[in-house]
Design a protein around this ligand. Structure first.
Ligand code: ZN
Length: 109
């Protein structure tokens, strides 16, 4: 599998996971609007608030991941993919397979 295929695959699964979490998040927001949950006094409201914060955090992480993958694909197109952005050495296939969007070699990471 080429780097670009690997990155595209991972980008697609990130997009799917992101869409699923965003749908969950919307459902949760609608559910809490329906019950008019009060975070401070209603124990169920506090749980919803917590779940919402968890989901929002997971969504942010996936968005960051998506940006990293898109920028890695840009580097593939530019021909600079697989080179450490700190020291300029090759990052190495093994490390790239494990962390396709990494920008640094194992020594500089
Ligand atoms: Zn390096």
């Amino acid at each position: 599998m080429t780097a670009s295929q690997r990155l595209t695959d991972e980008l697609q699964s990130t997009q799917r996971a992101l869409a699923a979490l965003q749908a969950d998040y919307r459902a949760l927001v609608e559910a809490s609007a329906d019950t008019n949950a009060d975070d401070e006094h209603d124990p169920e409201g506090a749980t919803i608030g917590f779940e919402r914060a968890q989901l929002a955090g997971a969504i942010e992480r996936l968005k960051t991941r998506r940006l990293e993958l898109i920028s890695a694909l840009d580097r593939v197109a530019a021909g600079s993919y697989g080179r450490c952005q700190s020291c300029g050495s090759p990052i190495g296939d093994e490390r790239l397979a494990a962390r396709p969007s990494t920008t640094r070699c194992v020594h500089c990471a």
